[in-house]
Design a protein around this ligand. Sequence first.
Ligand code: SF4
Length: 427
Amino acid sequence: MTASAMVGRGNTEGARLVRAWFAELTQAAEEGRPSVYVFVMGSLAELLRVFDFPIAFPEINSLQTAVRHVAHEYLNQAEDYGYSPDICGYVKADVATQLRGGAHPLGRIPKPGLAVATNACNTYIKWAEIWERMYKIPVFTIDVPGSRAAGLRPQPGDPDFDNDRRYVVGQLRELIRECERLSGRPFDIDRLREHLGHANTMLRGWRRLLELNQARPSVFNALSDGTIYLGVANGLRGTPEGARYFDELVEEMEYKAAQGIGTLTEETSRLVFVGVPCYPIFRRFNELFTSWGGTFVNSTYLWFASGGSNVGYQYDLAHPLESLAEGLLIGVRDAMDSMFFQDTILLDMVDQYHIDGIVYHPIKSCRTVSTGLADTRRALMQRRDIPSLFIESDMMDRRVVSEAQLKNRIDAFFEGLASRRRQAAAG
Ligand code: SF4
């Protein structure tokens, strides 16, 4: 492949891998093989692959219904069934998927035989209880201790951290027993080592990818391209295909950075996105920014929805189980911090990524991420003079997405940025 043919490879290959993953899920559904349902913040895919379970991420299934413009059909069905319009839209799209026997725009989702959740979002726990009631399956919830307060994170070597890690190791041992019982096979620690090795490559790649977007112009758009990369980072975590993908993606982005190839012909404003994307008008939402020369160079979404992969944690293959527990602890804790205490992270990004503005996007149906955004924005504004935009819509529900209103606010924001640039040039 010529160097220039590399450009765009990450997007086409990412889309192909996600389609192949859904084809495998469809095959499992058709053969009546149960899958394990997991969540993006602490999926433990590396461990579950040891038992060859098909792995489904209901959050990703749900957002795909919105990207493919059919979410409203799923939401309406779940609301008719009795779920409130106010709860997490991902839950409702999933309930409708279950009521339809797994029918999904990308194929068919197999029924679960086990659900594994963490405490990273309270909705995870109540959501998994729905499958427990529907299918009478075991639900395994891992309690991952978080930071004690903003910036107060016990570190390895600290007795609090060592206790937290022991606590998580104990829970993983219980989960392994449950997986052995369900799969009828013994746990193989060498297979765990193998999957952790592939995950190490992916985690290293994820961290490097984020660093590479400090380049000017930025080499990928954190909102549009980044969501494709996230799909692979989650769905293929711990696989050789996922590892190869990230090696090649880093190669592509390093080439773009070295050649000065950006995502836009003219990058006028470098932005950070805070919150969950607006999937019902995903492409159009991004265009409202790119048409002004604005691009998202980073986002809190690439942090929490990757389960904290941004820290680039590397598993110690000599101590697989202890290291898996430590990686889970550090990754999920970081994911929670990037939802709840994101102001310090954002301040660091402003300098490292040469940010011109911050876009806050609270949404109706994800309270975990959206609650408190107005307060953290105010706290950040008190510490730093940086323009910000606060726009509300939803990740799933097109009934609360007003494109015209969004456009007005976004246009005014860019006019403000332009006037600020003129003043800076004059002064
Ligand atoms: S983080 Fe938000 S979108 Fe994800 S499950 Fe929790 S409430 Fe739903």
